[in-house]
Design a protein around this ligand. Structure first.
Ligand SMILES: [Zn+2]
Length: 444
C-alpha cells in the first residue's frame, strides 16, 4: 500500500494537519493521523510519498465537456451563435478524422488534468466513424489517465453535419454495445445522451431514457440553454414549457441529468427537484455564449443535485472545475445581489462530491472506500496565501484565488497523472504536436 503524506488533508469537510491517505491499489483504504497509519499498517506500507507545504483535496469532477471543441478554441469567437456554429463548429468538426478526434481529446484531457480534473464527462457527438470515434476518445482518456464518462450522444436532427446523425436503432445499439464492452472497466463509463429537444426527436429522447433505465445509468440532455428552445417547444406542444413537455413524455426522473437549465420557470425547477433529476451547471460557458443565468438558488432550494461543467473549450474558454467553482459563486452573487447565495463550501462540493453523485461514481471525496483521485496544492503559491493558523482562508483561497500554478501533483485511481506540475503519462510536447498537426490540416 502507498501512504500519501502532506502538510494538510481535506477530510470530512474540514482540513487536518499531519493526516495521511493510505491507498490500496486504486482505492482509499484509510484517512487518519499519519502516526496511527504508520503504527497500524507498518508491514503493509510499501511506499511513502511525502509532499511538504501542500494540501491534498479531492480531484475535481467535470460533469460536462465536449473534448473535440478544444480544437476550436478561439475560432470565430464573439460572434452570434448561428455565425459561430457555421464558421467554427460545423465548418471544422465535420471533416475531423479519427486522429483529429484523438488529438483533440488528448489535448482537452491533458489540459484539464493539469487543472486538477480527475474525472470528466465527455458529451460526444462526432459519429462519422461509428464507435471507432468513441474509441478514439476512450484511448485519449487512458493515455492521459483521466477517469472518463462518455455521454454518447444520440442525435437525429438532419440540419447538422451528417456525421453527428444516427438513426434511433444505430444510436441505441452503439451506446449499448459500448456500455457492455466497458462495463468492468473502472476508468471508462458509458451513458446515453440524447442531445437536446432541438437536436433529438421525442422518440430519440424516449429511447435514451429507456436505455438509461435498462442499463441503470443516468441520461444526459441539454435543456433550455437558449430562449429559442423554449419558444419552439411552446409552439410545437400547445404552449408547454420544456420540462412540462419532457415530463409529458415521461423522461423526467432520477435518471435525468440536464445540462444548463437557463430558461426554466420556478415550477419547472420544483418539478425537477421533486422527481430527483440533477443539473450540470456551466456558468462560464453560459456567460461566454451570452445565454443568461441559471437560477441556482431555486435549484438548491428544490433539492436538485448540482455538479459543475466547463463545457467545450471554445465556449469558456478555460477548462478547469476550480475555475467554475469561483464562477458559480461570483456570478450568482451578482445576479441575486446576495453575497451568501452560493458560498464557497457549496461551490466546492458542486465541483467534487456532487459530481460523483451525479455521475454515479465513488469519487469526489477523500474518504475510506472512495477511489484514490486527489490533487495536491502548493501552499507557497502566491495565490494560496495568506493562511492563518486556523486555516480559515484555505477553502476560500482554493475556490476564489487559486491559480493553476498551485497544482503540483495529481493522482487518479492510485496512479500519478501529474507530477511536479507536469503530465506524468504523456510528453506535453507530443500533445501540442498533435494539436499543431490537426491545425495545419484544418487550414490547408
Ligand atoms: Zn454542451
Amino acid at each position: 500500500m502507498k501512504l500519501f503524506k502532506a502538510e494538510i488533508v481535506h477530510y470530512n469537510g474540514a482540513f487536518y494537519r499531519d493526516y495521511g491517505i493510505l491507498v490500496e491499489s486504486d482505492t482509499i483504504k484509510a484517512v487518519e493521523p499519519v502516526s496511527n497509519l504508520q503504527a497500524q499498517y507498518k508491514d503493509q506500507i510499501d511506499e511513502i510519498i511525502e509532499w511538504k507545504d501542500q494540501v491534498i483535496v479531492s480531484g475535481t469532477v467535470n460533469v460536462h465537456n465536449h473534448s473535440f471543441q478544444s480544437l476550436l478554441r478561439g475560432i470565430a469567437a464573439d460572434r452570434p451563435f448561428l455565425e459561430w456554429r457555421d464558421e467554427s463548429l460545423y465548418k471544422f468538426s465535420k471533416g475531423m478524422t479519427l486522429e483529429d478526434i484523438y488529438h483533440g481529446a488528448l489535448f482537452a484531457f491533458a489540459e484539464m488534468m493539469k487543472r486538477g480534473v480527475t474525472t470528466v464527462c465527455d458529451f460526444f457527438y462526432l459519429h462519422n466513424f461509428g464507435t471507432e470515434s468513441d474509441e478514439a476518445v476512450i484511448q485519449a482518456a487512458k493515455d492521459v489517465g483521466i477517469r472518463l464518462v462518455l455521454a454518447r450522444t444520440m442525435y437525429d436532427w438532419e440540419g447538422a453535419p451528417k456525421g453527428y446523425v444516427e438513426t434511433i436503432d444505430e444510436a441505441v445499439t452503439h451506446t449499448r454495445d459500448l456500455f457492455y464492452k466497458y462495463k468492468e472497466d473502472d476508468m471508462v463509463n458509458i451513458v446515453p445522451a440524447p442531445h437536446s429537444l432541438h437536436a433529438a426527436t421525442p422518440k430519440m429522447i424516449i429511447a435514451g431514457h429507456s436505455l438509461a433505465k435498462e442499463l441503470g445509468t443516468k441520461f444526459h440532455i441539454h435543456v433550455a440553454e437558449e430562449p429559442f428552445e423554449v419558444e419552439e417547444c411552446r409552439l410545437a406542444h400547445n404552449g408547454m414549457t420544456v420540462i412540462e413537455y419532457l415530463d409529458s413524455i415521461e423522461v423526467v426522473d432520477e435518471h435525468m441529468m440536464i445540462v444548463h437549465g437557463v430558461y426554466l420557470k420556478e415550477e419547472e425547477i420544483k418539478l425537477l427537484g421533486a422527481k430527483g433529476a440533477s443539473l450540470a451547471y456551466c456558468p462560464s460557458s453560459n456567460m461566454f455564449l451570452a445565454d443568461g443565468i441559471t437560477n441556482i438558488p431555486a435549484m438548491m432550494e428544490a433539492g436538485v443535485t448540482i455538479g459543475l461543467g466547463s463545457d467545450g473549450a471554445c465556449s469558456n474558454n478555460r477548462i478547469s472545475v476550480f475555475e467554475e467553482m469561483r464562477m458559480v459563486s461570483i456570478l450568482q452573487k451578482a445576479s441575486t445581489c446576495n453575497a451568501m447565495c452560493v458560498n464557497y463550501h457549496q461551490s466546492f462540493d458542486m465541483g467534487t462530491v456532487n459530481g460523483g453523485k451525479i455521475l454515479d461514481l465513488p469519487i469526489g471525496e477523500i474518504k475510506e472506500g472512495k477511489k484514490a483521485d486527489f490533487v495536491s496544492i502548493d501552499l507557497n503559491d502566491f495565490s494560496m496565501q495568506p493562511m492563518n493558523e486556523q486555516l480559515e482562508q484555505m477553502l476560500p483561497n482554493i475556490v476564489y484565488s487559486m491559480e493553476p500554478t498551485a497544482i503540483k501533483h495529481v493522482v487518479v485511481n492510485g496512479d500519478f497523472t501529474v507530477s511536479h506540475g507536469r503530465l506524468a503519462k504523456q510528453k506535453e510536447e507530443d500533445v501540442i504536436k498533435g494539436v499543431k498537426d490537426t491545425m495545419s490540416r484544418f487550414y490547408q
